[in-house]
Design a protein around this ligand. Sequence first.
Ligand code: SAH
Length: 343
Amino acid sequence: MTPVETIIWEEISQKGAIGVDRYMELCLSHPQHGYYMTRDPFGASGDFTTAPEISQMFGEMIGLWVAQVWNDMGRPRAFDLIELGPGRGTLMKDVLRVVSKVPGFLDAANVALVETSPILKATQNATLQDHKVAWSDSIDGFGGRPGIWLANEFFDALPVRQFQKIGDVWMERVVKTDNRTLVYGLAKTEADGLNLAEPDGTVLERAEAGMRLMGKIGQSIEASHGAALIFDYGDVEGRGTTLQAVRNHESVDIFDAPGEADLTAHVQFSDLAASAQPCHSSLTTQGQFLKALGIEKRAADLQAKGGRSVQEALHRLTAREEMGSLFKVMAVTHRNAPKPLGF
Ligand code: SAH
C-alpha cells in the first residue's frame, strides 16, 4: 500500500465513503505524501510534459499577451502578476524575459507564484533566481489591486465531484473499500443545482473548487481590473466523467497506487466562464491563440539563429492532432476592457 492509500483507508474506516473530490485532494495534495508534494513530475523522466517545458516560445507568446494587457489597463504603476501552479517556473521565466523589455513593467509588477508543493517551490526558486518573486500557498491576499493571472494545466488538478442520476434522484459517486480494494460507490447527496430533468443514468462532473477560485478571480477583475489567461485541456461543455490517472506517460486506473500517479479532470470552460461573471470570457484553442500571437514567425527566427527542434516544438504546441485543439485558452477580462489579444 502507498502512504496515501493507508491514509485513505483510515479515513474511510472512520468516516465512511469519501467524495471523489476528497480522494483527488488526498492523492494530489496530502501535505506529506501527496503526488505534487513529493516529486517533480515533469519531462521525459517524469509522468507528463507541459507546454512551457516543450519550448520557450509558449511563455514568450504569453509574455506578449501580458505586456499588451498591462498597456490596455493604462499601465498601472502597482499591480500583481500571479501564476497559479507554476510547476518548474519555466513559464514565468519566459514571460519575464519578454516583459522586462517593456519600459516600466518590472518596476510596477509584484510577481507572485501560488504553489503548495515544497519541492516545486524549490525548483521555481532556482529557475527564477535572477528575479524578484514571492510565493503564496493560496490566492487569499491577492485581488485587492489590479492583477494579471496566469495558469497552465492548473485547473485540471483541482478536485472534482461526480454525480449520477439513479431513477429520479441524483446520487454522489464516492470512493469506498471493498474487500482489499478501493472502488466507486454511490451515496446520498446534498448538492444543489442538479437538473432533475436529466435522464436516468446521466453522469456529471463538477469542479467546485475551480469554480470558487474562478469566482474570486472574476470578482477581483471586476473590482480592481486586470485579466486572467487560463490554458488547459478540456471541453466547452460536457457530460460524463473525465477523471484520469497518468503514470510514466501512461494511462492507469485511478485507484492504482494512490498518490503515485497524476490525477486530472478535463476543465469545463463554460462553468469557469459562468463563475467569472460579470467579467467577460473569451475562448479559443491553444493552436489558434499561439498562431494569432505570432508563434510561427518566432519559430522561424529561432530556427534561423540555429535553434534546435524548433519546428517539432511548434508542431506539438499548435497542431490539431497534438496540443493545438484539445487544449483551450480562456481569457477573462473586465466587461469594459478591449478585446484581449489572440481571440
Ligand atoms: N503550470 C505548470 C505546472 C502544471 S502541474 C506547467 O505548465 O508546467 C500543476 C501545478 O499546480 C503544480 O505546480 C502543482 O504543485 C500545483 N498545484 C496543484 N494543486 C494546487 C493547489 N491547490 N494550490 C496551488 N498549487 C497547486
